[in-house]
Design a protein around this ligand. Structure first.
Ligand code: C2E
Ligand code: CA
Ligand code: CA
Length: 795
């Protein structure tokens, strides 16, 4: 250590030593900059930057060595051999390159140590070669231990410098690594210098040194610093340009730069988009690739001709910049293909049904208008088909929406298959489809298409075997015969469809004028019924049911009444089927049930209350829960409620209805088979469910007096009831003779106008009677009037 200090102090010109250290620092920093850049870029560039770094480092090391040698005063004049000096420079650069390359590998500290060792060996070989280049009248003797120490110190410090470089960030990285490298280089150099002894050898031939050492030193310093500064400038410049070009290439827009109307540059995006290379384009007018370019006023749309002959829709924005020192135009070219596709998809979605991809209502409306307009112009005809699926809602409820979707797709494919390609098939919503048939002689063409649709459905949808098969109903209206505008035609096709649905389904029906009136009236009732409850137009009448033997009232039947504005009291036989079709029976029926239970709960005698429940109400999955809730709410004992069902309730989904009946039964509610004898398979129905009562249909009662067959049917029913343990009621008893006949036949209860008409709430009647009893002991209850004759008959 001491010998090193004395060597620097005694044998060196300190000003030159300082210059060497400064050059060394600049060199090290100049090397660290490109090395930082190398960390940021791709593999191909990284090699380049490592090369630049090694060059700066090697130059710095060599210049340091050379200036330090010039600073050395060994006591005799020293000259330099050119070849070896040049070799030492080469070794310095190559050694640095190898060291930096190895240290840059991703092996953590191990790479840094390897790099440090290589760096030390590189500097040492440069140093020793440089020493060999010295021409002087002396022999240079090396102390091997000191030399080894120099290499070890250099390796150690270089490793630390690499470590600092790869682990620190920003300016700290730059300074810490550069200064440590300066220490490494200086340690290596000066320890080596301290290890040599010059043994004078006057016999050695030395070429005279012509250059003054200070001048030489100045030249080396200036040259080295200039070289290094150039390296630094290149780094900044290059990185700036790379960033700019990177930005231009990263742009989503293709860029064309024009000078005096000719292309001089373009970015990668434009080349990728058009397929043209810069070489193909430069010097050409932009019209070679762009169909038309608008001026500088806003973006313009045009077509880009690609190299492979395609045309792409693009948007071009023009602006002016200064580029390479000249005023230039920049065309920013944006690809509109994706936007166009997106627009097309959105447009398609807006006009098509997602599930079946058929035109939706909005496109249907448009096509309908177009079709009528065309027909008007050409004096031709148009047929509009409204198509409705039978049973679809049930299938959807039972088998789920996925199955429902599958059926809708299948229907769409059937319609596509049978319709002409000039026809428009649309899905209007749910299970409603429509076809606009704009070509052909009507009604023949429509008849043909209708037959084809029905045939195809019959072939594809086997209702007997496939539980998910659906049927189809078609309503057809023609232009101009059935209307002059789209609304009228649509309305009339709908009326025709309505007619099919209420007249058996599974058919096609052309519109005619009579249909119109009937349907309109029905529609009117349908819409009025929807508000009847809230408008207080509905009430319940109560008709007594009497014990056939005693003549005492055993209960009442609740019957719905509709006071329809402008029509008076409307007949249930007319409005109930309509309420069942439209579904409003659900609401109405529940309301009646509630009213009737509330009324019965007021009675002092625990008489029964019979309520009619529509087959449609049995489709509700929660019917049982609703009944239970109403009983709770009104406080009526379940055993006092009789639910009257007709055989129609058992036709559809018999098992489910049976299960509901069982559950109602288990609540304690009584189940009555109403209108018995009119439905299908009456007998089998009686066997499958233990009804609490059977009501003989009133049509038989009316015939009893004159028709022996009617009497024997009633007798048979009563006999059957007896054998099954089900009491029989006869309703519609209007005459005393009828009453006597059914009592003789063994009927348990009777009901009819003779015995009491449907009337206001019994609780009101009772209150009125109690009031009148207080004044006169007379009764005007019609249900009482027959009791006297019966008793008389019995006397
Ligand atoms: P229904 O269940 O057979 O009711 C008995 C019908 O016979 C009642 O007709 C009643 O007024 C009538 N009637 C009673 N005694 C006689 C008689 O001696 N002679 C004649 N000719 N008729 C008699 P209404 O009230 O017009 O009801 C007709 C049908 O409407 C009922 O037949 C029932 O099926 C249905 N209905 C009535 N109210 C409701 C209800 O709240 N819900 C449901 N789902 N259906 C109801
Ligand atoms: Ca009834
Ligand atoms: Ca009945």
């Amino acid at each position: 250590m001491f010998s090193v200090i004395t060597c620097i102090r005694d044998d060196h010109d300190w000003r030159l030593v300082l210059a060497a250290v400064v050059v060394c620092l600049i060199g090290a920093m100049a090397a660290m900059l490109p090395l930082s850049r190398a960390q940021e870029c791709d593999a191909a560039r990284r090699k380049l930057w490592i090369g630049a770094s090694a060059f700066a480092f090697g130059t710095g090391v060599w210049a340091t060595h050379f200036i330090a040698m010039l600073a050395y005063d060994g006591g005799m004049p020293i000259g330099y051999q050119l070849g070896l000096t040049a070799l030492s420079f080469l070794l310095s650069v190559i050694g640095s390159w190898a060291a930096i390359l190895v240290a840059s590998r991703n092996r953590g500290s191990f790479s840094r140590i390897q790099g440090g060792v290589l760096m030390a060996l590189g500097i040492a070989s440069m140093h020793l070669t440089g020493m060999q280049a010295i021409e002087t009248q002396a022999e240079i003797l090396y102390d091997p231990y000191m030399t080894a120490t120099a290499v070890i110190a250099g390796a150690l410090l270089s490793s630390i410098a690499f470590h600092a470089f790869f682990h620190l960030k920003g300016l700290r990285r730059l300074f810490a690594s550069s200064i440590t490298f300066v220490l490494a280089i200086c340690a290596l150099h000066f320890i080596s210098m301290a290890s040599i002894t010059l043994l004078p050898d006057p016999g050695k031939e030395v070429p005279a040194t012509v250059l003054d050492t200070s001048l030489l030193a100045a030249i080396v310093v200036v040259a080295a610093i200039a070289l290094i500064l150039v390296a630094i400038a290149v780094v900044f410049f290059e990185s700036h340009l790379t960033d700019l070009r990177g930005l231009a290439n990263a742009s989503q827009e293709g860029l064309l730069i024009l000078r005096e109307g000719r292309i001089i540059d373009t970015n990668e995006r434009f080349q990728g988009l058009s397929g043209w290379k810069l070489a193909d384009l430069s010097g050409k007018a932009p019209s070679m690739v762009l169909t038309a370019v608008q001026g500088q006023n806003g973006p313009g749309e045009t077509l880009l001709n690609t190299r492979n002959g395609r045309e792409i829709a693009v948007e071009v924005n023009t602006s002016r910049i200064v580029y390479r020192g000249h005023n230039c135009d920049v065309l920013a070219v944006r690809d509109l293909t994706e936007r166009r596709q997106a627009e097309e998809i959105i447009e398609h979605l807006a006009h098509h049904d997602v599930l079946t991809d058929l035109p939706n209502r909005s496109l249907f409306d448009k096509r309908m208008r177009q079709a009528l307009q065309m027909a008007k112009g050409k004096n031709s005809e148009v047929a509009l088909f409204y198509i409705d699926l039978d049973r679809f809602k049930t299938v959807n409820d039972i088998f789920g929406h996925a199955e429902g979707d599958r059926i809708l797709c299948k229907v769409a494919s059937i319609l596509r298959r049978v319709a002409d390609e000039r026809d428009t098939i649309a899905r209007l919503g749910g299970d409603e489809f429509a076809i606009i048939q704009a070509a052909g002689q009507q009604p023949a063409a429509a008849q043909k298409l209708a037959a084809a649709i029905l045939d195809e459905f019959a072939a594809e949808m086997d209702m007997a075997r496939d539980p998910t098969a659906v049927g189809v109903s078609l309503g057809i209206a023609l232009y101009p015969a059935d209307g002059s505008d789209p609304d009228e035609i649509c309305n009339n096709a709908d009326i025709a469809l309505y007619r099919v649905k209420h007249g058996g389904r599974g058919k096609a029906c052309f519109f005619n004028a009579e249909m119109d009136e009937a349907t309109r009236a029905r529609r009117q009732i349908e819409s009025e019924l929807r508000h009847a409850i809230t408008r207080n137009q509905i009430h319940v009448s109560y008709q007594p049911v009497l014990d056939a033997q005693s003549g005492d009232i055993s209960g009442y039947e609740a019957l719905m009444r509709w006071n329809r504005p402008g029509h008076g009291l409307s007949e249930p036989d007319i409005f109930i089927p309509i309420a069942e079709e439209s579904g409003s029976i659900v609401q109405l029926g529940e309301w009646v049930l509630q009213q009737a239970c509330r009324e019965a709960a007021r009675w002092s005698d625990p008489l029964r209350i019979a309520v009619n429940v529509s087959p449609v109400q049995f489709m509700l999955p929660n019917l049982c829960e609703r009944v239970e809730a109403i009983l709770k709410e009104t406080g009526l004992a379940p055993g006092r409620l009789e639910i009257e069902i007709t055989e129609a309730a058992l036709i559809r989904d018999r098992d489910r209805v049976m299960a509901t009946l069982q559950r109602l039964r288990s609540l304690g509610v009584h189940i009555v088979m109403d209108d018995f004898g009119t439905g299908f398979s009456s007998l089998s129905n009686l066997r499958t469910f233990p009804f609490d009562k059977i009501k003989v249909d009133r049509s038989f009662t009316g015939m009893l007096e004159h028709d022996a067959a009617a009497r024997s049917i009633v007798r048979a029913i009563i006999g059957l009831g007896h054998s099954l343990g089900m009491p029989v009621v006869t309703e519609g008893v209007e005459t005393e003779t009828q009453r006597q006949i059914v009592v003789e036949e063994g009927c348990a209860q009777v009901q009819g106008f003779l015995l009491g008409r449907p009337d206001v709430e019994p609780s009101i009647k009772l209150a009125a009677r109690e009031g009148s009893l207080a004044s006169t002991p007379q009764t005007d209850d019609p249900s009482m009037s027959w009791r006297r004759p019966t008793r008389l008959a019995g006397e």
